[in-house]
Design a protein around this ligand. Structure first.
Ligand code: AMP
Ligand code: MG
Length: 404
């Protein structure tokens, strides 16, 4: 039986569950998902302070100030950022104040330094001031007791900055999965070794590991494994012992040496699927020791595409994410494309915005072994099964990563 892309993805997503939660240093939390609500124990900012370098004063004192008739005030103190004022501002007085410095009591306004002229012990003010002007009030960003972030939020740099400003150095988050990766195939040669007749370089493992790192997961690199049942079983059992999920590359299509299938079937409840898509028709998925195993096809383009469409969303779900798929959008096709197969075709494309619309052109030869076309491409476009899409019509498109 052939599964549709949606059927295969639904089965995978239904089968994987969230990782446990664990406290971690905020420095290490980037890209993970909060598993707790975060409340403020402190006001931010903690005290009323100046938003400008200038003079803190009583607004009522400078109502009539202008360029022609400046108001002169006595300067009683200078307050740099980081210091508390010692003196109270009274009528006729001002305090020189720096950005972020604490407002002195008595003052209700700050006039920026550009609107003043400093004298020996006094200052001329050239502009009238409104009450509260250039003052940042205690708690105006966040108040003690506020719910600042809810469980389920993805932690970005700004969340880490906010946690730090709340004096929170550790947070409870869903643990990102550790993922073991093994390349299978007697033809695979490590980098640096001589390429003997019939052999090729192992590129998939590098690509998959990079996809994992890009998505924020920890990689356990299990190296290359030959098409040998004993060696592969040893490798995969060791991988399962260390990792939360396992990815194999190669050996899941018909006509392969059956070693990957034999070993995966021994490990757990693994299904070998034909998914109605091009590239990436043969795939394996199942659960062993409660951990998902993804058997990716060996062809480099299939491997990368299947990871994008199935593995990445599943691992994101494990990591606590709720938004699992890359956003899709419409792109105008630049040439006619005929898909006369009963499989949806994910084509590598160069997608660019012209005059407010995305346009897609095909990135090189589309054979599933042509890795170079992925190097040219910045996204995928979808040509539905048994359909011809003509130039000027639109197709669904998605970018790789943050490309745009
Ligand atoms: P398989 O899925 O094992 O039948 O492999 C399909 C095609 O992908 C064959 O041409 C393999 O040589 C190639 N291939 C398999 N594994 C890798 C890999 N790790 N890196 C690059 N190509 C691979
Ligand atoms: Mg193989």
């Amino acid at each position: 039986m052939m599964l549709t892309v949606d059927q295969a993805r639904t089965r995978i997503l239904d089968a994987v569950t969230r990782m446990p939660t664990k406290k971690c240093d905020i420095v290490d939390s980037l890209g993970s998902v909060l598993a707790q609500n975060v409340y403020a124990d402190e006001n931010i900012p903690p005290f009323d302070n100046s938003a400008m370098d200038g003079y803190a004063l009583i607004a009522g004192d400078v109502k009539a100030a202008s360029d022609e008739n400046p108001v002169t005030l006595d300067v009683i103190e200078t307050i740099p950022a980081g210091y508390a004022p010692a003196k109270q501002v009274k009528n006729g007085q001002a305090t020189r104040i720096m950005t972020g410095a604490m407002m002195p009591s008595g003052a209700d306004s700050v006039v920026m330094v550009e609107k003043t002229e400093s004298k020996e012990d006094s200052v001329d003010i050239f502009d009238p001031a409104a009450k509260a002007q250039n003052v940042r009030f205690a708690g105006e960003s966040v108040k003690t007791g506020d719910l600042v972030m809810s469980a389920g939020k993805v932690i970005r740099p700004q969340e880490i900055a906010m946690l730090a400003s709340l004096n929170i150095s550790e947070v409870d988050r869903y643990q990102p999965p550790k993922v073991a990766v093994v390349s299978t195939g007697d033809e695979l040669t490590p980098l640096g070794a001589e390429l003997k007749p019939g052999k090729i370089r192992d590129s998939n493992r590098y690509g998959i590991c990079a996809q994992l790192v890009e998505a924020g997961f920890e990689v356990i690199d299990m190296g290359i494994c030959g098409d040998d049942v004993v060696e592969l079983e040893r490798n995969l059992r060791s991988a399962l012992g260390q990792a939360d999920a396992l990815i194999t590359s190669g050996g899941v299509s018909v006509g392969d040496y059956d070693v990957v299938k034999i070993v995966l079937e021994k490990l757990g409840d693994i299904n070998f699927w034909r998914v109605a898509m091009k590239p990436g028709k043969p795939q394996a998925f199942g659960i062993a020791d409660g951990k998902p195993i993804f058997g990716l096809p060996g062809n480099p383009v299939s491997s990368l595409t299947v990871f994008e469409l199935f593995v990445r969303p599943a691992l994101l779900k494990m990591a606590g994410y709720t938004k699992l798929l890359r956003p899709t959008f419409e792109a105008v096709l630049e040439t006619d494309i005929k898909n006369d197969t009963n499989r949806v075709n994910f084509m590598r494309a160069i997608i660019e915005k012209h005059n407010g619309r995305y346009h897609a052109k095909i990135a090189g030869d589309q054979g599933s072994g042509i890795l170079y076309s992925l190097v040219l491409a910045n996204g995928l476009i979808t040509i539905p099964a048994n359909q011809t899409v003509y130039a000027g019509e639109t197709v669904d498109a998605q970018f790789f990563g943050d490309a745009s």
